[in-house]
Write a protein that binds this ligand. Structure first.
Ligand SMILES: CC(C)(COP(=O)(O)OP(=O)(O)OC[C@H]1O[C@@H](n2cnc3c(N)ncnc32)[C@H](O)[C@@H]1OP(=O)(O)O)[C@@H](O)C(=O)NCCC(=O)NCCS
Length: 217
């Protein structure tokens, strides 16, 4: 038996469940996989007809085990990834049927690419990327590990987004230009609705149009 766990049984986990069910129904080789949630705080519950297991109970299942982490917080996502990998489970990518991933793009393991999302030409993406509904990554962008895009993000061409950055719902990021690379630094946060016209230093939160550090906008 092949088991696929959705790690995190919160709101996003329930959205990923719908995407995963649809993906498996389209894939005869995987259609018989058993889906569970893994969430120590909710172990024993049934959510939308799916059992929630503790990490220990998931580790004890017989057969092959794969997982996708449905937690937006990137530090928690990395922590859960390391924990599940240490138990011998393999990262699994959830890719919505109508999401579009160009063949010249590359994406690391364990991503969630939601419906109506789009990854364009020559894009490089690290592991455990979350690309939510109606978000796009335009040509030549370079995205690090554990990066999160909320719904409706417009990330234009040639942008560099470093590890653990979070891009809020509806944000727009200007494209890189010759001699003026657009870089969203490691762990930076772009607030919902922000229009980013300049690079954002590591760890800084920006909001507004044009985006400014929170508190200065
Ligand atoms: C930017 C953000 C991270 C700040 O969160 P926070 O630190 O909890 O900030 P607060 O809610 O305490 O707000 C602090 C101030 O910033 C303002 N603010 C917060 N987010 C803002 C935004 N996106 N744009 C403009 N102003 C914003 C608040 O109005 C508040 O202003 P005030 O001090 O004048 O009252 C958050 O508001 C945000 O945009 N998160 C992304 C949400 C999202 O996209 N969710 C998708 C879920 S799938």
């Amino acid at each position: 038996m092949r088991h696929i766990a959705i790690v995190g049984a919160g709101g996003f986990g329930r959205e990923v469940l719908a995407m995963l069910r649809d993906q498996l129904a389209r894939d005869p080789a995987r259609a018989s996989s058993a889906i569970c949630f893994v969430d120590d705080a909710k172990a024993g519950q049934q959510i939308h007809g799916v059992e929630v297991l503790s990490v220990a109970a998931f580790a004890a299942l017989e057969g092959s085990r794969a997982f996708v982490v449905a937690i937006a917080n990137s530090e928690a996502r990395e922590r859960e990834t390391l924990r599940l990998e240490a138990l011998g489970a393999a990262p699994f990518t959830v890719l919505a049927g109508n999401a579009l991933l160009f063949d010249t793009a590359t994406m690391g393991e364990g991503a969630v690419v939601a419906p109506f999302a789009f990854v364009s030409a020559n894009v490089t993406i690290g592991r455990q990327f979350h690309l939510n509904y109606h978000s796009y990554v335009a040509h030549d962008c370079v995205i690090g590990d554990f990066v999160t895009f909320a719904p409706g993000v417009k990330c234009n061409g040639g942008v560099v987004i470093e590890d653990h950055a979070y891009i809020g719902s509806g944000a727009v990021i200007k494209q890189s230009q010759p001699g003026r690379p657009m870089v969203i630094g490691r762990g930076a946060v772009v607030g919902m609705g922000a229009v980013v016209t300049k690079s954002v230093p590591a760890g800084v939160t920006v909001v507004g149009n044009p985006a400014r550090p929170l508190g200065a906008a």
